[in-house]
Design a protein around this ligand. Sequence first.
Ligand SMILES: Nc1ncnc2c1ncn2[C@@H]1O[C@H](COP(=O)(O)OP(=O)(O)O)[C@@H](O)[C@H]1O
Ligand SMILES: [Mg+2]
Length: 397
Amino acid sequence: MKKKTKLVVGLMSGTSADGIDAVLVEIKNSGVKTKLRQIAFETYPYSHSLKKYILKNSDVRTARLDDITRLNILLGEYFADAAMRIIQKAQSTFGKQNIDLIGTHGQTISHLPGKIKMFGKSIRATLQIGDPTVIAKRTGIVTVGDFRVSDVAVGGSGAPLVPYFDYIMFRSNKHNRGLLNIGGIANITVIPVCVQRTGRPKNASLNNVFAFDTGPGNMIIDNIMRRLFNKPFDKSGRVASRGRLDTALLGWMLKGKYFTQQSPKSTGREMFGDEFVEKILGKIKNISTEDIITTVTEFTAITIYDSYLKFIKNKVKLDEIIVSGGGVHNLYLMNSLKMYFHPIIVKPVENVGYLSDAKEAICFAVLANETISENPANVLNATGTSEATVLGKICLP
Ligand SMILES: Nc1ncnc2c1ncn2[C@@H]1O[C@H](COP(=O)(O)OP(=O)(O)O)[C@@H](O)[C@H]1O
Ligand SMILES: [Mg+2]
């Protein structure tokens, strides 16, 4: 807690369930004074069968309680392995004994942000597995995990959590910035430049920051690529660039009720997973498989742009959008976004010195440092709570 500079591992696996992103960073200070240096990064992909097993247990129609109980421990082991491997990768410089902290997101298998009344209580819920206690015991390193549940406990939806990190690392006194992450789900953080009474611009305060999930990121594209092309994703967006847009299918998909729901809002596989895809595939007639991929990729880009028009533009006119997550590698998707947002600049986070695939893992290293520093790290206008709170559970080795 008292160390000014710490070596921290960040572990992340998102709704794509493609694998564990592991990063080792040096973090100096905390809060807005945070300084970061990335030392090593790697994605450790899940095997095809483990990914299938995770996805089966992320769908209420196929999940089993005994599978989930075991997966919670099993994924803890996998996360611990990922931590050890990334530390080893950097070992020429740092041994395990020098690592101060691990921050882990876990694997979301259920996200239920809608408030419901149940047995006399009003609740929202979210579940990340890959228990942080297992990681702490296996690595011998203090581990912070279960960040989302802390926000849920104070009335929030537990997502998105990356806006705090976006604010401390990417705020600007020149540009109104959007930070867009395209994982399985896409989310955007808006950080406006504030204008002082003197008319001079200054950095936004955290209260001016807002964020929400725009809807699907790669989730629908990946799902249909698995079913129709037997591939985990559309590499570089090549399939999408071969097909044609089907306006009837696009129009039907855009009617989804999520897209008119007011922000802050968050979503997951419950809304855009197998059930949604099965509806799409049941609807289509005389469309080639390529056309389906083109149409769902365009749909993803449009829902992001449409979110800007509906929920952002009247509050903040963005100057630039900095994009991260695996979706950056889908060139069709990136080109569509550039076209819709023009003249707003759309650029990958690489242009400001970070790796697209590493950003969220770095975020969870930083969030763990915030927990240890006792700084609240939920953003009220992102998760919809009215209480700022310190996030996470601290697990001792
Ligand atoms: N080379 C690529 N071309 C196109 N899409 C890619 C490529 N690499 C990764 N992706 C997409 O990115 C996804 C993983 O992104 P990621 O940011 O890890 O999401 P999550 O946070 O949901 O795990 C993959 O499932 C795939 O859809
Ligand atoms: Mg991933």
